[in-house]
Design a binder for this molecule. Sequence first.
Ligand SMILES: NC(=O)C1=CN([C@@H]2O[C@H](COP(=O)(O)OP(=O)(O)OC[C@H]3O[C@@H](n4cnc5c(N)ncnc54)[C@H](OP(=O)(O)O)[C@@H]3O)[C@@H](O)[C@H]2O)[C@@H](O)CC1
Ligand SMILES: Nc1ncnc2c1ncn2[C@@H]1O[C@H](COP(=O)(O)OP(=O)(O)O)[C@@H](O)[C@H]1O
Ligand SMILES: [K+]
Length: 488
Amino acid sequence: MLLLTPEEMGRADRLAAESGIDSYGLMIRAGHAVSAAFLRLYPAALRADVLCGPGNNGGDGYIAAEALKQAGVEVALFHLGDPENLKGDARRAFQACSIDGKPVEDYRPAAGAVIIDALFGAGLQRPLSDALCMLISQVNEAAEPVIAVDLPSGISGLTGKVQGAAFSAAHTVTFMRAKPGHFLLPGREHCGRLDVFDIGIPQRILEEAGGGHHLNGPDLFASALPALTASSHKFRRGHLGVFSGGPSASGAARLSATAGLRTGAGLVTLAVPPNAAMVVANQVTAVMLKAVPDVAALDEWLEDKRLSAFVLGPGFGVGEKARAFVSALASRPLVLDADGISSFADEPDALFALLSGADPHCVLTPHEGEFARLFPDIAADDNIGKPEKARRAAERANAIVLYKGADTVIAAPDGRIAINANAPPWLATAGSGDVLAGIIGGLLAQGTPAFEAACAGAWLHGQAAKRAGEGLTAEDLPNHLPPLSGVS
Ligand SMILES: NC(=O)C1=CN([C@@H]2O[C@H](COP(=O)(O)OP(=O)(O)OC[C@H]3O[C@@H](n4cnc5c(N)ncnc54)[C@H](OP(=O)(O)O)[C@@H]3O)[C@@H](O)[C@H]2O)[C@@H](O)CC1
Ligand SMILES: Nc1ncnc2c1ncn2[C@@H]1O[C@H](COP(=O)(O)OP(=O)(O)O)[C@@H](O)[C@H]1O
Ligand SMILES: [K+]
């Protein structure tokens, strides 16, 4: 699903005006969506406390306040700054509002009220003042329900970051399309339940205004998933190679291998150091085993062109061997995870050189710590959010970057960005990242392009976790993957 950054939403607004759509009409519909949400969600509320800011978000607030008054609700209105300074549609909305307001400095939350937060939305530019931070923390502490207009004030719609302080809303009412900040952390946790209302901007304008940000879901990857036909044959379903660590560190790679097989790779082989062969052989059945002691043995194995993708990293061990193996694998579809990433911490440019110059065919799956090892300057840049960090990293590495976390972001060097929001918190369990690497490897092995494989991998991982339920362990995940033929 297309997401719109605040800047893109502003562009959509301008394009809508240029095409003759009345911008005040948009504001009226936005304000009415907010008042309707109030009436639907809080029919027993004693009062609506409407806090209006100095821009169009405040304009939506004035429309909502008047509509609620007309509906018989007791409304208390507060404005930030002098409303005589309002401009454009917001000024018109203020003038059409028959409620006398007070300065927001006078506002004190009281029991029984529902707060409508119309202070700032897409136009939040900088951290809030101390006085506003104080007001917001008083409202949050009072724990009366807050309906946020467009975004909880204080949350950046672009990055999901808190600019000083932010309302913890019970509901957020936004317009036309959700924004990245509704799904990125901590923004997502401040939004409460998100409702997206159509206020009448045509789809073609949204698509013209929008860019690369999407909410991860089947619309991004379903058509690129492998499909089984009557003539399917195990060799046509791809052969995934997964590299294991030594005898006491094979569990992670075994999780990846099982996940790759469950995702539909026709064959999966665990490449093991010879001293781990017996241990691993005792633990696997459908997954095959191959002793690969060194790079010479790897080069020989790679002559088998039916091997169609690889996973390297889970439990592999950090060091020279990992670097040498990656060097041998760099031209093939590869998921590089965990130790495979950390092995390049001292020389990330060596990895980027290996991956440069071809169509992106490698998926890097760093968590926050691993990301900072490969991209220290990007990780440390507080001025940009997670999607932009992932995008810059993908561009630098010429690889798909799947930046893990509760708000996993997948980015491609060409600028495509997907934000994954379907992962339940019980995915935070040992080995779940190894399963993710295996799912992506299984898809790569079947010929799914790298960006789509990474998006599908993150989404399927979340679906498996939801199906397995709270309390799962990583071993449960492969068994709960949904059938690919049902993903649409
Ligand atoms: N797009 C659409 O199609 C539609 C959009 N609609 C609505 O418009 C909203 C966007 O409106 P917007 O652009 O006027 O921005 P908004 O969020 O009101 O804030 C700007 C004001 O805040 C001020 N300000 C900023 N940061 C500040 C700070 N830290 N502390 C203090 N002040 C600060 C800033 O001041 P300045 O930076 O200029 O000094 C400016 O005055 C959008 O969220 C949605 O609700 C709907 O009406 C329907 C159609
Ligand atoms: N709070 C959370 N909510 C949802 N998903 C999470 C959360 N924390 C971690 N995850 C997901 O769980 C997986 C953990 O992977 P990783 O950090 O590599 O751990 P491990 O090495 O133990 O497998 C990632 O896919 C990550 O996105
Ligand atoms: K708001």
